[in-house]
Ligand binder design. Structure first.
Ligand SMILES: [Zn+2]
Length: 169
């Protein structure tokens, strides 16, 4: 986890001293952003709303506990973008894994215990903590969307909503 204080750390790969804010912890060792990403700039994304439900994160890598129905509360400023939404049956929700844990480069994935890296898994502990879930749209009331099948926990930032392929059938 990145702390607010910017103490100096040595990158475990290139050996350069860098501020803690220029590091990520991979397998519990500091790795500088340059070793991970080269010189690319980060992408900045705003949430469009939040998830309200009774789900909490289950033990690592195995989804969330709680009921199947969630509410997606879009910000009031999003109301102008919801035309036609209520006519759809299924949506693809893009959301932030805001409770993601430490990143491991290799681990045993949940469903078959095979040793893999995060790109060959569905682990929430990943470099880019973004998830995508197709959900059933139950009801739209202004900027409040009731959906079924969203595996995000309570308080999750929602980044985008789009019509799922299922809705086109
Ligand atoms: Zn480095």
């Amino acid at each position: 986890m990145i702390d607010k204080k910017n103490s100096q750390l040595k990158c475990s790969e290139c050996g350069r001293d860098r501020g803690e804010l220029s590091m990520r912890f991979i397998d519990d060792k500091p790795v500088c952003l340059n070793c991970l990403y080269g010189s690319v700039d980060p992408v900045r994304i705003w949430p469009i709303g939040f998830v309200v439900n009774d789900k909490k994160r289950a033990h690592r890598g195995f989804g969330a506990t709680g009921g199947d129905v969630s509410e997606i509360r879009l910000f009031p400023g999003m109301a102008r973008f919801t035309k036609g939404l209520a006519d759809e049956t299924h949506l693809t929700v893009v959301w932030q894994l805001h409770e993601a844990g430490p990143i491991k480069s290799v681990f045993r994935r949940g469903w078959d215990a095979k040793e893999v890296g995060p790109f060959a898994s569905r682990s929430p502990d990943r470099l880019t903590p973004i998830a995508v879930t197709d959900v059933e749209l139950v009801e739209v009331k202004e900027t409040a969307l009731t959906v079924r099948g969203l595996d995000a926990v309570n308080g999750t930032p929602v980044l985008d909503i789009k019509v799922a392929m299922e809705s086109l059938k």
